[in-house]
Design a protein around this ligand. Structure first.
Ligand code: ATP
Ligand code: MG
Length: 343
């Protein structure tokens, strides 16, 4: 038996934000460095085009940006295969076969897709590709026979959809070619779905409510200072609410063990009254700057040679394609449509 396989990825719809970092990327680096897994990490540019077909420039530019984010956080092409979805046509081919196993009604029930459709204001004009993206995600996961998929909690319905497709395929074609994956979600609930700065929706590249790994110190400061707190906490002496207060939410997510005692003390004081928002925000800024500064600096270093970054993606894509082609060939054999191999 080989090592367990991990597959995980991001849509190149913008630079990576700190929601990605705490929800998924940080965990990936830890898993990568354990050396216990065969790891595939990819940029889902084809999926990103399902809701950005009319502005492909954004996706094309973001490919380089997200690749830089990967390298900056410590993902390492020597230890993990990093690839670009659109360069692996086998994934699209698998999607086509899986589409026949999933009803339109099933796709329309997917709660994450439902939320996204409302956020994007598609109305009656949902692009077909967008509605079926959970199926293409199943193709991505199964092409690599992934056992584990580390992701944020918005991805739970996608993993469930994938598991259903695997069971349906294996049952229909009387095979065990496809592997049922497990999702791997952050233990810290507050990190599994980090809200945006305004406290409304989850932090999303597409909603422009985020702190990016690439943000310079000034931008980071401005964003933290404008964060949503308790609108009724007007004077320092007023008692304040910590529920729904983004500063305390972020402190719970980004505070290290050694910060916990101080965070608890601040929560108490804030609720009683006598602690101002500026103080809590400064404290959060210090904590986040400590974590983000080294990432930002490494990012600037890697950005000096973008040619090298794209060559890394090219090599990774070649390697990933071999694996996906192997699975596709097994899938077609299981279905009996490998006509010429039977000659
Ligand atoms: P888009 O708005 O284009 O969908 P996104 O910000 O949702 O972008 P994705 O590329 O869709 O980012 O998600 C990549 C990974 O990051 C997924 O595993 C997802 O669950 C996780 N993730 C995204 N946003 C958050 C968040 N706010 N908190 C925790 N994890 C997140
Ligand atoms: Mg998303």
């Amino acid at each position: 038996m080989g090592k367990p396989i991990i597959l995980t990825g991001d849509r190149p719809t913008g630079k990576l934000h700190v929601g990605h970092y705490v929800g998924s990327v940080k965990n990936r680096v830890l898993l990568q460095n354990e050396n216990k897994y065969d790891m595939f990490i990819f940029l889902a540019d084809q999926q990103a085009l399902t809701d950005n077909a009319k502005n492909p420039e954004k996706i094309i530019e973001s490919v380089g940006e997200v690749a830089l984010d990967y390298l900056a956080v410590g993902l390492d092409p020597k230890k993990a295969t990093i690839f670009l979805q659109s360069q692996i046509p086998e994934l699209a081919e698998l999607t086509v076969y899986y589409m026949n196993l999933v009803s339109v009604a099933r796709l329309q029930r997917n709660p994450t897709v439902k939320t996204e459709i409302a956020q994007k204001g598609f109305g009656e004009s949902i692009p077909t590709g967008f509605l079926v993206y959970p199926i293409s995600q199943a193709a991505d996961i199964t092409a690599f026979k992934a056992n584990l998929v580390p992701a944020g909690s918005d991805q739970k319905p996608m993993i469930e959809q994938t598991r259903e497709i695997v069971r349906s395929f294996n049952h229909t074609y009387k095979t065990d070619v496809l592997v049922e994956p497990e999702g791997l979600f952050p233990e810290n609930e507050a990190a599994g779905r980090l809200p945006g700065l305004d406290g409304n929706a989850k932090m999303s590249k597409s909603l422009n409510n985020g702190i990016y790994l690439a943000d310079d110190p000034d931008t980071l400061k401005k964003k933290i200072m404008s964060m949503y707190t308790d609108p009724n906490h007007i004077r320092v002496e007023d008692p304040g609410q910590i529920e729904g207060n983004m500063v305390f939410h972020y402190l719970d997510v980004f505070g290290k063990k050694e910060d916990k005692a101080e965070i608890e003390r601040m929560k108490e004081q804030y609720q009683k009254g006598g602690l101002g928002d500026v103080k809590t925000k400064r404290f959060l800024l210090d904590i986040m700057e400590r974590e983000l500064a080294p990432i930002r600096n490494r990012r600037l270093e890697f950005a000096k040679d973008m040619g090298e970054v794209y060559r890394m993606l090219e090599k990774g894509s070649e390697k990933a394609r071999e694996k996906a082609a192997q699975t596709l060939s097994e899938v077609k054999s299981a279905m009996g449509i490998n006509y010429f191999n039977k000659l």
